[in-house]
Design a protein around this ligand. Structure first.
Ligand code: ADP
Ligand code: MG
Length: 247
């Protein structure tokens, strides 16, 4: 597990991710929007968790909080031994570089950089070994595409580059926000398989989706409704193999 060596705020709980009574409210011209409402959640290292909920239920807000891209209005969050809500900006900067990696629905690749350069960029930020980029692209099945620009790749290939970029950071927690949302079924399935492989290799993977079918592959499904957790446990109807999914 990654630990921030300079952090002064240590967390003694076992869970890799812990949210305690976390709420996020937005004040929209005096109309209060509650994006997250008293959320308690613990995620262990190595879990494959799906957060399931309809549009507007708070999924992205939750993921951004865990990745320290946004801060709660109230409550406490700790990830990988660090109390994010009590941390200084400098500590948060190190945390974002070393603890989490995001994968987005819309891939968010740099259009002017090749697949290889997109991955190298993530490695440079972490001051890692650039030669790893090629290896990680091979790992996601894109060894032959490294000199291609994003617009020369299919949606599924672009998402693979985005996953390679996340893996290249070496960070232990992958946060995926509707990672199959823009992909056709078959391509979406291959992305889920790739994420499942990451769990097998020891990563902790959080996928948020509005698609109940996708949630069937997870170890554990947390359902959100209007910013509240309404259920938390194994997939209803039993866990499914990826090959059994249909959407
Ligand atoms: P989801 O990802 O499940 O679709 P979000 O986390 O994006 O949901 O949003 C949850 C709720 O919070 C929605 O009602 C949304 O409109 C609101 N919200 C999200 N971000 C903001 C913001 N920056 N300002 C105001 N309201 C927001
Ligand atoms: Mg969202």
């Amino acid at each position: 597990m990654w630990m921030e060596p300079t952090s002064t705020i240590e967390d003694d709980s076992e869970a890799l991710i812990r949210l305690e009574n976390v709420s996020k409210r937005y004040d929209m011209n005096s109309i209060i929007v509650t994006a997250l409402d008293s959320v308690d959640l613990q995620v262990d290292e190595g879990e494959f968790l799906v957060v399931l909920g309809p549009s507007g239920s708070g999924k992205t807000t939750l993921l951004n909080m865990i990745g320290a891209l946004d801060s709660p209005t109230s409550g406490d969050i700790s990830v990988a031994g660090m109390n994010i809500t009590g941390a200084h900006r400098k500590e948060l900067f190190a945390f974002r570089r070393r603890a989490v990696a995001f994968i987005f629905q819309s891939f968010n690749l740099f259009p002017g950089l090749t697949a290889l350069e997109n991955v190298q960029f993530a490695i440079d930020i972490n001051k890692g070994d650039r030669s790893e980029a090629q290896h990680v692209l091979e790992e996601v099945g894109l060894g032959e595409r490294e000199r291609h620009f994003p617009h020369e790749l299919s949606g599924g290939e672009q998402q693979r580059v985005a996953i390679a970029r996340a893996l290249a950071t070496g960070n232990p927690v992958l946060l995926a926000d509707e990672p199959t949302g823009e992909l056709d079924f078959r391509t979406g399935v291959s992305i889920l398989e790739l994420l499942q492989e990451q769990v097998k290799s020891g990563k902790t993977v959080l996928v948020v989706t509005h698609n109940r079918e996708i949630s069937r592959v997870a170890d554990r499904v947390v359902e959100l409704s209007s910013g509240r957790i309404v259920s938390d446990g194994p997939s209803k109807g039993g866990r499914a193999a990826i090959s059994d999914l249909h959407w």
